[in-house]
Design a protein around this ligand. Structure first.
Ligand code: NDP
Length: 249
């Protein structure tokens, strides 16, 4: 359990991975706050379902691609709950197509949602973490940012960029009690992946994974919990792979 009631903000916390991260951090005693897209009509229902399961999550509408939306979201959160101790930049999208078909809209939307969001959100909380001499910023990247992936020039570039951001910011705040790390999951069994046709999963994806199965959201959540903990104070600027052996660096 966390010794002090810390506040953890998980962007995209109502998604497949985000939800598992919210569960894990709540179980460890964090006050858990999630964001959802302003157009998400299922957000209130999700909160009610969670409440019925015993989870008192807080949720704020926020478009992570939009600077002003992030600023307004974090200002409101801080005024209502207090400062953010742990930021998990988890919101992300894919818009897969070969480079030949890639258009500017699908390039930009992936860059804005996966990469610009890290700046937009970290900027709202980082100075406060430095002032309080404690903070954790955890960026959820992807194995495809490490190795590249066919049809994902946009996503691979954005996810690789996240780790560049991690390393540079980690250097700047290392002496201030704030750690910044990247997690690079492989294929995890969330909607993002299970939407892939089963025959493609069985024939093309699972055979690439030495462990022989998709990862579980709870396995990624466990790593987030570790990086958020006191014990992880000496881990910064790292890119931690969690991919069943699919890609080893
Ligand atoms: P989901 O699609 O289930 O969740 C993505 C979340 O991002 C949603 O909660 C969504 O919120 C949020 N989001 C998207 N766009 C915006 C936006 N503009 N503003 C605010 N929130 C937004 O995906 P996963 O849970 O599978 O993925 C989570 C993260 O993990 C992503 O960054 C993904 O790239 C990464 N990842 C996932 C892997 C996997 O195998 N699943 C593997 C490697 C990395 P809303 O529904 O409210 O729009």
């Amino acid at each position: 359990m966390v010794s002090k009631k810390r506040i953890a903000l998980v962007t995209g916390g109502m998604g497949g991975l985000g939800e598992a991260i919210c569960f894990k951090l709540a179980a460890l005693g964090y006050t858990v706050v999630t964001t959802y897209s302003p157009g998400n009509t299922r957000a209130q229902q999700w909160l009610q379902t969670m409440k019925a399961q015993g989870f008192e999550f807080h949720a704020y509408a926020c478009d992570v691609t939009d600077w002003e939306s992030c600023q307004a979201c974090v200002r409101k959160l801080v005024a209502e709950l207090g400062p953010v101790d742990v930021l998990v930049n988890n919101a992300g999208i894919t818009r897969d197509m070969t480079f030949k078909k890639m258009d500017k809209i699908n390039w930009d939307s992936v860059m804005h949602t996966n990469l610009d969001s890290c700046f937009n959100m970290a900027k709202q909380v980082c100075d406060g973490m430095v002032d309080r001499s404690w903070g954790r910023i955890i960026n959820i990247s992807s194995v495809n940012g490490q190795k590249g992936a066919f049809g994902q020039t946009n996503y691979s570039a954005a996810k690789a960029g996240m780790h560049g951001f991690t390393k540079a910011l980690a250097l700047e705040v290392a002496r201030k009690g704030v750690t910044v790390n990247t997690i690079s999951p492989g294929y995890i069994g969330t909607k993002m992946v299970t939407a892939i046709p089963k025959e493609v999963l069985d024939a093309k994806i699972i055979p690439q994974i030495p462990i022989g199965r998709l990862g579980k959201p709870e396995e990624v959540a466990g790593l987030v919990a570790y990086l958020a903990s006191e014990e992880a104070a000496f881990v910064t600027g790292a890119n931690i792979a969690i991919n069943g052996g699919q890609h080893m660096q």
